[in-house]
Design a protein around this ligand. Structure first.
Ligand SMILES: Cc1cc2nc3c(=O)[nH]c(=O)nc-3n(C[C@H](O)[C@H](O)[C@H](O)COP(=O)(O)OP(=O)(O)OC[C@H]3O[C@@H](n4cnc5c(N)ncnc54)[C@H](O)[C@@H]3O)c2cc1C
Length: 384
């Protein structure tokens, strides 16, 4: 077993963290308060080469392996303190762009990947519906064939980047008679399509610089070439594969957030005094810091185990769920403890630590809830 990253990976990590500290961190507080996505920051992330990380260079990407992609998202979050940006970048890369690379025709790859990798276009994926979240097989959004076109009707909710995306991968039922989870297909919908509209952006608790949208498809006509992957097989082929990308790669941002919170808590504990000595001299505070470090290391190891398995092409659905479940719980515990160490100052918005609880809560919900991760793990162990 080799736990070391290469010199090249470590240098890359440092360069991304430095970039994020210079470009992302300065406006992160205001973007959170205003719930505002910043296109300039996005473009800078694109220029830095982070928006097409795992995509081959021939399509405009960076050809990064899975571990390096995780490292970049972790470093962006550690240096940038902007959970919303991490969410938007993670969704754009892992569920908005990767499926086109893995399942697209050559024409689709040529049309979309260079624009998505540069950041000129923003990507998204729409599975969740107002009445179908955890139970993705219960979606009702329908796509009907009409001559050389498909006509999409239905609504999607909680779509990251929904209102800013140029191309959205939409999962819809194409054969309602096919049985549960079958007859579901994926389509690439360009958002200048007249049948597409944004219902509204949803005002959320955390990760506030990332838009989250309700989307409507009303007689939305797309050409037959918009079909992504095999007709009828998208739930298993595209959507569930995306969940594994979210659970192994996208949540690397959360590890960066945990690191930033721990560092902030350590710094504060050394500076702030109570009862005539720094907080860091009180054993109760030392224990919190030690536990935060243990949670961080365990979460990081589980995440990189799953990422390494993905990189090696090994089955990793259970390991991805274990990582997602543990990271969600560890990130929340650490955010609570970091806030506690900051005392009253942790509860006011002037300090970045205040965002940590609100941002961390998402990890147990988005990309499959913690209850669903437990279900996947238990079903596998119990052979159900
Ligand atoms: C910030 C954010 C970003 C998101 N981004 C996207 C995106 O880009 N694209 C997209 O398609 N979706 C996205 N989602 C949707 C997200 O994946 C869903 O919210 C999530 O899957 C849960 O679905 P739900 O909200 O409908 O909850 P429900 O499925 O209604 O679940 C409600 C509660 O019941 C529990 N529950 C449900 N079924 C079971 C069961 N069988 N056993 C035990 N407990 C159960 C759940 O765990 C949860 O606690 C996003 C959500 C958020 C909040």
């Amino acid at each position: 077993m080799d736990f070391r990253h290469t010199e090249e990976q470590l240098a890359f990590y440092k360069s991304v963290k430095d970039f994020a500290g210079r470009i992302v961190a300065p406006g992160a507080h205001d973007r959170d308060v205003e719930g505002r996505f910043d296109r300039e920051v996005w473009d800078a992330v694109g220029h830095f080469g982070l928006l097409g990380l795992p995509i081959p260079e021939e399509y405009g990407g960076s050809n990064a392996d899975v571990i390096t992609t995780c490292l970049a998202l972790e470093a962006l979050a550690e240096g940038g303190h902007d959970g919303g940006l991490g969410l938007s970048v993670g969704a754009h890369v892992t569920i908005g762009t990767v499926p086109i690379w893995l399942h697209g025709t050559e024409e689709q790859k040529q049309r979309y990947l260079p624009r998505l990798c540069s950041g000129e276009w923003i990507g998204a994926m729409a599975i969740t519906e107002p009445e179908a979240g955890s139970d993705a097989a219960a979606i009702k959004c329908r796509a009907r064939r009409d001559g050389a076109e498909w006509v999409i009707d239905g609504s999607k909710i909680f779509i990251t980047n929904g209102s800013i995306a140029n191309a959205i991968i939409v999962i819809a039922v194409t054969d309602p008679e096919a049985g549960r989870g079958q007859g579901v297909s994926a389509f690439i919908v360009e958002t200048d399509n007249p049948g597409f509209s944004v219902g509204k952006d949803l005002d959320k608790m955390g990760t506030r610089s990332s838009p989250l949208s309700l989307l409507h498809f009303d007689g939305c006509r797309v050409p037959s070439e918009a079909l992504l992957g095999t007709e009828g097989a998208a739930l298993w082929q595209v959507a569930f594969e995306c969940f594994d990308w979210e659970r192994t790669v996208m949540i690397a941002s959360s590890i960066g957030g945990m690191k930033a919170s721990l560092d902030a808590a350590i710094e504060y504990a050394k500076e702030r005094e109570s009862f005539g000595k720094p907080l860091a001299r009180h054993q109760a505070i030392q224990h919190k810091i030690a536990e935060m470090k243990a949670h961080l290391d365990a979460a990081r190891l589980l995440l990189y185990r799953a990422a390494w398995m993905k990189q090696e092409g090994l089955p990793h659905q259970v390991e991805a769920s274990v990582a997602k479940l543990f990271v969600a719980e560890a990130a929340m515990k650490n955010a609570l403890e970091a806030t506690q160490i900051f005392g009253g100052y942790g509860y006011i918005k002037d300090y970045p630590i205040e965002r940590s609880i609100r941002d961390a809560k998402l990890i147990s919900i988005g990309g499959g809830t913690s209850e669903i991760q437990r279900m996947i793990i238990a079903r596998s162990l119990l052979d159900l």
